[in-house]
Design a protein around this ligand. Structure first.
Ligand code: ADP
Ligand code: MG
Length: 285
């Protein structure tokens, strides 16, 4: 037995005016239907609808801000295709505690094994949870830093990239880093060190970072920071992109290109410039 609500026209008018004032267009649209429901006792449907709309709008805007353009999700990831990958570890990361702990997550593996997919999906998860996220391929990130340096605004640019609770840097190792790019990336990594979480994806082992960044000293300094509070996840599978054409692809390309385990392990922390010579050790997985 629901309490009878008297919906006199004057009252309905007043509600409409309030909704206009509050800028609740969706609520205005569904007001008549909802009032009928209210008569039947479903009082909170109106507000729930508006709240859901606002939440969806917030997520949509935040995804654009985060540059998470291709929406990937964990539920669309087929873990059975990648048996070397421990689903529980990924699901544990999806709890997002690593963001609070300001850790660095490394996703390593050959092309097509889902590194970008997983990093995007974790980014989407973080956005949904209300965390600030920024996604960028390494080459774009370095271009942005180099441009800022040319324009005398490097400090501001680094501060901008430090604002995000989670910075995702995709595709380390695919393209050669421009001269000086390693140093710029180091300045950003050093500024974020122990202040914000990162996810990095790479098709190259840590031992190859000297080559990737064109400078072994910078690579050592980078790894020193990036392996200190780190989670290293290595995917040793075959490419999902090539799954339906596997028999057309030569064996040496198809087979699992095993990535070297970390060869460099950081020593106790220090901030500042890249060290004169590298060498140190440790990572945890
Ligand atoms: P990587 O970054 O490792 O090169 P991607 O994450 O870009 O690989 O994956 C390539 C394509 O295959 C993407 O469209 C991605 O969504 C899809 N993909 C990769 N692995 C899986 C998987 N295990 N389940 C579902 N889709 C996958
Ligand atoms: Mg990728």
């Amino acid at each position: 037995m629901s309490a009878h609500v008297e919906l006199v026209p004057a009252l309905v008018d007043r509600i409409k005016k309030s909704l206009v004032g509050l800028k609740m267009p969706r609520a205005i649209e569904i007001l008549d239907v909802t009032l009928r429901r209210i008569e039947q006792g479903e009082v909170d449907a109106l507000l729930a609808e508006e709240l859901m709309l606002r939440e969806n709008r917030r997520i949509k805007t935040a995804l654009v801000m985060a540059r998470l353009s291709t929406i990937k999700t964990l539920s669309s990831f087929d873990f059975s295709f990648q048996p070397s990958l421990d689903k529980n570890r990924i699901m544990a990361l999806a709890e997002l505690e690593f963001i609070n702990r300001k850790e660095v997550v490394h996703l390593l593996g050959p092309p097509g094994t889902g590194k970008s997919h997983l990093s995007l999906a974790l980014g989407v998860q973080a956005v949904r949870a209300g965390r600030s996220v920024y996604f960028s391929p390494l080459s774009d990130l370095i271009s942005a830093l180099a441009k800022a340096e040319r324009e005398g605004t490097l400090r501001e640019k680094i501060r901008f990239f430090c604002r995000f609770a989670l910075l995702i840097v995709d595709e380390i190792g695919y393209l050669p880093v421009i001269p000086g790019g390693g140093n710029l990336f180091f300045q950003l990594v050093n500024a974020r060190y122990e202040r914000g979480a990162m996810i990095l994806t790479s098709n190259r082992g840590f031992a190859e970072w000297g080559e990737v960044f064109g400078d072994p000293v910078v690579a050592t300094a980078l790894l020193d920071r990036l392996l200190h509070h780190a989670v290293v996840i290595q995917i040793e599978g075959s490419s999902y992109r090539l799954r339906s054409h596997a028999d057309l692809v030569p064996e040496h390309i198809r087979s699992n290109a095993l990535i070297q385990p970390p060869a460099i392990t950081p020593s106790p922390k220090r901030r500042g410039r890249p060290p004169k010579n590298g060498g140190s050790d440790h990572s945890n997985g």
